[in-house]
Design a protein around this ligand. Structure first.
Ligand SMILES: [Zn+2]
Ligand SMILES: [Zn+2]
Length: 124
């Protein structure tokens, strides 16, 4: 857990986590805490879990960064992210703001397209 926030943070677009070269994951604790504090109904641990699982998804090659897409579902506006609404691998999870809507008492999960990519890549 990194204390503090990503230096690339801007007001509307905060970075909640990063996956580095397939070896490690950094969560930006301060930023996550700020976001959780903005919502009465969202637990910080849920935001953390969502970001952590999202970064794990990148480490497992999602989307199209190691696990080839079985069907095209990459977000045209955000490399390595999924374009399926509500999927764990949408860029919303990583880039602040709307994560609150997605993590309201329920940590987002991978959608079928992302799961299929992992399965095809030998995951389970
Ligand atoms: Zn991401
Ligand atoms: Zn997906």
């Amino acid at each position: 857990m990194a204390d503090g926030s990503n230096e690339n943070d801007e007001n509307n677009k905060v970075v909640l986590g990063s996956a580095f070269r397939n070896t490690s994951i950094v969560l930006y604790g301060k930023t996550i805490e700020n976001i959780a504090n903005n919502s009465a109904s969202t637990a910080k641990s849920d935001v953390e879990s969502a970001v952590l699982n999202h970064e794990l998804g990148h480490l497992f090659g999602l989307v199209d960064v190691g696990s080839p897409m079985q069907v095209d579902h990459e977000d045209p506006d955000s490399e390595a992210h999924c374009n399926v609404n509500g999927c764990l691998m949408t860029s919303n999870i990583e880039f602040g703001g709307s994560i609150i809507d997605m993590v309201d008492n329920n940590v987002p999960e991978l959608d079928d397209l992302c799961i299929n990519d992992l399965v095809a890549n030998g995951g389970r």
